[in-house]
Design a binder for this molecule. Sequence first.
Ligand code: NAD
Length: 349
Amino acid sequence: MANQENRKFKKIGIALLGLGEYSDAELAPALKLTNHCQLAAVISDEPEKMEEWRKNYGINERCCYTYDNFDDIKNNPEIDVVYVVLPNTLHEEYVIRAAKAGKHIICEKPLATTVESCQRMIDACRQSGVKLSMGYRLHFDPFNQEMMRLGQGKVYGAVKKIIARNSMKVGDESQWRLDYERAGGGPLMNNGVYCVQGAQYVLGELPVAVSASFLPKSDPEKFAEVEEGIKWTMEFPGGAIAECETSYSKDESLLRAEAEKGWFELSPAYEYRKLKGSSSEGPIQFAEINQQAAQMDDFADCIRHNRESRVPGEMGLRDLEIMMAIYESARTKKRIELHLEEFEHLEEK
Ligand code: NAD
């Protein structure tokens, strides 16, 4: 039956926009592992890199675009989806241009760096009738899905406390992640977003308040434009608290839930591979999958069956509202209340 259905549909053509580290090391290899997608085009401002990709992946010259002629993708029926993999503050411009070209979009995290920018992107996609999905790959990972099941299903009773930490050492001082103009913030934007996500998907609830403080800067010159680290708590309506931390000066990856009758955790929790789970009852074990391939195949299915992504742009906007409140709390040293809107996609099916 599944085979018959697959024959009915052509593969979804994905154009990668931005041929940096994530496209190169993860998304292009993952595309080869998908069942329903293929690399249809590349868009880049680096001619040499484009040539390399053209040769490596056998991409036709008519499917290679620069940022200048990018809008011509509207005339290319081989492209169904544009996957935006650029530094954070560039997401808005290219998502809106892709929407105007009538293409569905996957946008990397964070969706943008202001709430207003996220809203403009969502509005542009709605106006053009195209789907906007986040690159939230962990929603498709079996270990993180198990955390959702255990938490939302109250398998160990109600979760009382979440501990979420995601930190990575940044080396190269010239990278855009340390440049406010390109990144829109520091580790909160790049790594902390996984903690914001993790707490919500374990609990299946939206936070009602946040309190935050910046961590001291060990290298004020290197971290002149963005925070070096930040810690925060999120309060949830059922009474649970999430204690979270992210930093650019150490390596850490933890998502832990403490519930009435036991605990469960992943560490590492947010990586592409080799996640490790355990609980008060023993190890949590699953066969590893390619998260990005599963994420892209799911989006292909959304397009084929005209259903909403389980990680829609609206989820990215909501996470931005939370992260902006975290920054505000750290700046003002005040607890910030949140009034976020529920939408049906939060609950995992
Ligand atoms: P990168 O620096 O390796 O690549 C960025 C790409 O953007 C490069 O192709 C570069 O040429 C292009 N670029 C840089 N400056 C530009 C400019 N001013 N104008 C136009 N293009 C420009 O970065 P990356 O690690 O690939 O990250 C890109 C995006 O992917 C970010 O939003 C990041 O948060 C996200 N990301 C997500 C994951 C994940 O697990 N979901 C992992 C890594 C990165």
